[in-house]
Design a protein around this ligand. Structure first.
Ligand SMILES: O=C(O)CCC(=O)C(=O)O
Ligand SMILES: [Fe+2]
Length: 341
């Protein structure tokens, strides 16, 4: 069934829920469910994944303690071309041509984070809690990687080896996000977006949200990783406590010869005081990125082989083509703030 709010068309659908309970014994059943979800909407909710609600909440508190710091302090760990660090109001989406109204802080496992952790005196235990959480998110991701490798006919550990976070070439990222509270009493200004429509270009994203802080919407229907068009029928994905919302990124779409779908999504800018959430919104996205030297090519070899680094560079170029065309190449590079999405 379809209905619309203002100019947006909505479909009443839900994304599949997949439980990782008793993973070793149920791996065939779980693989079938994951592959079916990946082949259709490219989004699914994960339960019984092994990260408890208190662990997730603890990481959200850790995230909040970072964002509560004054901007001058956060600016000591600025976003770098290594895809790590803090940015505010500076990620411009090609779909909107406007910066997302949010701040984010991206953390990695290895050398890309050198100089980008705040000292203990400023944020006690922040690094330890974050790395511990990142390792947990990586462990969940490894289970998904084994199933997707099986589904595509690769060796079980094929994707796991490509995403080895103990190597210096590792590129996986935990991104903490904070969208600012929006004033309900005045109309939202033209050109204000929480997170404009986009696809992720990682392998697979694990998104942690807080109950009640809604806004995520998805728009399935993309047929090829090389095509960048957006449909116009959206589906709301309400945050459920403890659930991880997962989505296939462009990397896995292309690595599966377009069998698995990387789907457009956004965080809606509140516009309806009755239906929408106007408060501050915190979320955390764990982007699995293969190591820079990983070789990416699907079983059918639909696309030429590309390395992890090559894929990222190409996705950056394509993702920001609209912006480059609008403003000209010069001066844009410094504003490109993420290679994750
Ligand atoms: O904050 C969210 O819920 C979504 C974030 C997202 O899609 C991204 O950062 O790529
Ligand atoms: Fe995203």
């Amino acid at each position: 069934m379809r209905h619309s709010t203002r100019s947006t068309q909505y479909a009443d659908r839900t994304i599949p829920k997949i439980s990782l309970h008793d993973f070793e014994n149920r791996i065939d059943e779980i693989t079938a469910q994951l592959v079916a979800a990946a082949e259709t909407d490219g989004f699914f909710g994960l339960t019984d994944h092994g990260i408890s609600l208190p662990e997730i909440e603890n990481m959200f508190k850790n995230s909040q303690s970072f964002f509560e710091l004054p901007d001058e302090v956060k600016a000591k760990v600025p976003f770098t071309s290594m895809n790590a660090g803090w940015e505010k109001n500076s990620q411009i989406r090609p779909s909107t041509g406007q910066p997302d109204r949010k701040e984010s802080y991206q953390m990695q496992f290895g050398a890309h984070m050198d100089g980008l952790w705040l000292p203990e005196e400023i944020l006690e235990e922040f690094k330890e809690i974050s790395l511990d959480f990142m390792h947990k998110a990586h462990q969940v991701s490894e289970k998904l990687m084994i199933c997707f490798a099986r589904g595509l006919g690769f060796e079980d550990d094929y994707f796991v080896r490509a995403h080895d976070v103990s190597r210096p070439e590792a590129q996986s990222v935990l991104r903490l996000l904070h969208y600012f509270e929006v004033d309900k009493s005045v109309p939202v200004p033209e050109g204000y977006y929480r997170a404009g429509a986009h696809v992720d270009w990682d392998f697979i994203t694990l998104l942690f949200q807080r109950a009640g802080q809604s806004g995520l919407e998805i728009c399935p229907g993309r047929e090829a990783a090389t095509e960048f068009g957006i449909g116009d029928v959206w589906t709301k994905v309400e945050p459920q406590p403890g659930e991880i919302v997962c989505n296939i990124g462009d990397m896995l779409m292309s690595w599966s010869d377009d069998r698995f779908k990387s789907t457009f999504h956004r965080v809606k800018t509140p516009s309806d005081p009755v239906l929408d959430y106007y408060g501050p919104r915190y979320s955390m996205a764990f982007f699995n990125q293969p190591c820079t030297d990983a070789e990416i090519q699907g079983p059918l070899k639909k696309y030429p082989m590309v390395t992890g680094k090559g894929f990222t560079d190409r996705a950056m170029n394509r993702n920001f083509a609209a912006l480059k065309a609008k403003r000209g190449l010069e001066g844009v590079k410094s504003e490109v703030t993420s290679v994750s999405s």
